[in-house]
Write a protein that binds this ligand. Structure first.
Ligand SMILES: O=C(O)COP(=O)(O)O
Ligand SMILES: [Mg+2]
Length: 231
């Protein structure tokens, strides 16, 4: 299901991976924490499908959507605090790597041993939740570091997280492949000048990834590793 491959072969020195919707399906945990928050606030529940459409812009945005509290600062503040407490409990309990993630990361890792390819995570999730999630899911050892939504002054789709990661990886945007699931990954990659692959199984705020500007749509990380290794 390759949509298009532009400018191949592409020369890659590093790969950056999005987290939610790319490596792990985190919606069940986010939904459990949102439900607990709404119950504590005495508000009506929201569905798992709603959460799936609202993931991708970080926790503040997610809370403002499921509590519908953008204009009520006090409620927004309280809901965010409550949500952080509940998500600290649920984070990683049901989250699972998508099919092909572990084998794909293994293959990128093996490629790294041969070619010096380096790997990091770039997510809009808050660092407090990113680090324990990478550890509990067993994915942490594959990456040198994670840049989270609150690690820098800007988050995706701003190019800063990618520019920062490239520098730390001793790479440069033209030689860094970013792999993600949403318009925010594309926005960030294009603004930084990186090639970008998309996975169709993630969230993308409910939108169709085929409508986004990318270099390839790959079925899985395994498939992405195939394309890179085959060059
Ligand atoms: O919105 C979030 O919390 C995280 O989203 P991301 O990992 O897809 O960047
Ligand atoms: Mg994502």
């Amino acid at each position: 299901m390759i949509k298009k491959i532009l400018n191949f072969p592409i020369s890659i020195r590093s790969v950056t991976f999005d987290l939610d919707g790319t490596l792990l399906d985190t919606v069940p945990d986010l939904h459990a924490a949102a439900r607990a928050t709404l119950t504590e606030l005495g508000l009506p529940e929201c569905g798992e499908d709603d959460i799936r459409r609202w993931v991708g812009r970080g926790i503040l945005h997610l809370v403002s959507c499921f509590v519908a509290c953008k204009d009520d600062d006090a409620l927004y503040e309280r809901a965010t605090q409550i949500f952080r407490r509940h998500y600290a409990y649920f984070n990683g309990r049901a989250a699972k790597p998508y099919p092909g993630v572990l084998s794909g990361l293994e293959r990128f890792h093996a490629l790294g041993k041969k070619t010096g390819l380096r790997m990091a995570v770039i997510t809009n999730k808050s660092a407090t939740f990113t680090e324990p999630l990478l550890l509990s899911s067993g994915l942490a050892p594959y990456f040198e570091f994670a840049v989270s939504g609150d690690s820098l002054t800007e988050k995706k789709p701003h190019p800063l997280p990618l520019l920062h990661a490239c520098e730390r990886l001793g790479s440069s945007p033209a030689f860094n492949l970013h792999i993600g699931d949403s318009r925010h990954d594309v926005g960030c990659a294009r603004a930084a000048g990186c090639p970008v692959f998309l996975l169709p199984y993630g969230y993308n705020e409910g939108g169709d990834v085929r409508k986004l500007d990318c270099d390839a749509i790959v079925e899985s990380l395994d498939h992405a590793a195939d394309l890179i290794a085959a060059q």
